[in-house]
Design a protein around this ligand. Structure first.
Ligand code: 3HC
Length: 288
């Protein structure tokens, strides 16, 4: 891994995080390829970018037209050609180590020699992901938050073998998105933000599981007393209850029953239309 001048970015995954990351990179002027494993997933991701860009344009927060930004977003299903010219690849696939390793092994085969290979994992070990490649020095964590277009912070995580050059290239890229990077120098499960966020999400989930508070009461308490933009349950619905569940599992922490039940029933939050709140009926998270 050497000095990289990042111009072309490939994002692997067109889900909530993937399309959001592709969008912020395109807004910042990068040529982006957004790849997912099926046409339908890619189209959904592309439509979400369009929706989000329209919103930004309505509010005067785009310096150019929606069409101009979209012109920089290419889509793909095949991985090999999608990464062939990339200076930076950001993987935003589901949070399964076996899957991430498979993807990084493919990246190792097809990405240019001096590309930076980043993972948007929220809790998996960067070192272990990097071990699927013959170039762990070029692998780094680049952890965005949901929704990427609105969240200013990005964690840049060192794996055990990540070089300064790789980490600095990732850091510089994040700055160029007009976001605030922070280095996480220890590859600990959950990194900094999800470790801090853990009790914020889990403690009220234990209270609700024990019948000591309702979802609405806990959310209202945090929003109206602490001034947080969302209560812990609404936030969990936004990020995906399965994601929160997974972060705790990875950290070896016990799972509050209310969280386990939602995952078991497939009520994962906004993305499935139902989580701690019901979004299908349009009711949403109203705790005013
Ligand atoms: N693109 C463009 N516009 C968007 C958008 C997007 N992706 N998402 C929402 N908007 C729009 C809304 O449609 C709305 O538009 P409207 O006024 O025309 O209806 C407008 O932005 C305002 O949205 P809201 O009124 O819902 O609320 P705010 O703008 O005040 O804030 C928020 C929205 C930024 C999501 C805020 O609620 C927030 O900061 N919530 C906390 C999010 C958070 O903490 N995320 C991190 C989670 S942890 C994580 O991701 C880590 C992972 O590893 C688990």
């Amino acid at each position: 891994m050497t000095d990289v001048d990042v111009r072309r970015v490939t994002v692997l995954g067109a889900g909530n995080m993937g399309h959001g990351i592709a969008e912020v990179a395109a807004v910042a002027g990068y040529d982006v390829v957004m790849r997912d494993v099926e046409e339908e997933l890619v189209s959904e991701g592309y439509e979400s970018i369009e929706w989000s860009l329209e919103k930004l344009a309505e509010k005067g927060r785009l310096d150019e037209s929606v069409a101009d930004v979209l012109a920089r977003v290419d889509t793909a299903v095949e991985l090999e050609s999608a990464v062939a010219d990339a200076d930076l690849v950001i993987e935003a696939a589901p949070e399964r180590m076996d899957l991430k390793k498979e993807i990084f092994a493919e990246l190792d085969e097809h990405a240019p020699e001096n590309a930076v290979l980043a993972s948007n994992t929220s809790s998996l070990s960067i070192m272990e992901i990097a071990s699927a490649t013959s170039r762990p020095e070029s692998v780094v964590g680049m952890h965005f938050f949901n929704p990427p277009v609105k969240m200013a912070l990005v964690e840049v995580i060192y794996g055990a073998e990540t070089t300064e050059e790789t980490a600095e290239a990732a850091y510089g890229f994040v700055e160029s998105l007009d976001k605030t990077p922070i280095y996480v120098r220890k590859d600990v499960s959950g990194f900094v933000v999800n470790t801090v966020l853990g009790p914020y999400i889990a403690e009220p989930a234990w209270m609700v599981s024990e019948g000591e508070a309702t979802v609405r009461e806990a959310d209202a308490a945090m929003v109206h007393r602490r001034g947080y933009p969302m209560g812990p349950f609404e936030l969990s619905d936004l990020t995906g209850i399965d994601v929160t569940h997974h972060v705790r599992e990875e950290a070896g922490r016990p799972i509050p029953p209310v969280m386990a039940e939602k995952v078991e029933n497939g009520d994962l939050g906004r993305k499935t239309g139902r989580g701690h709140y019901d979004y299908e009926s349009g009711a949403g998270a109203d705790y005013t």
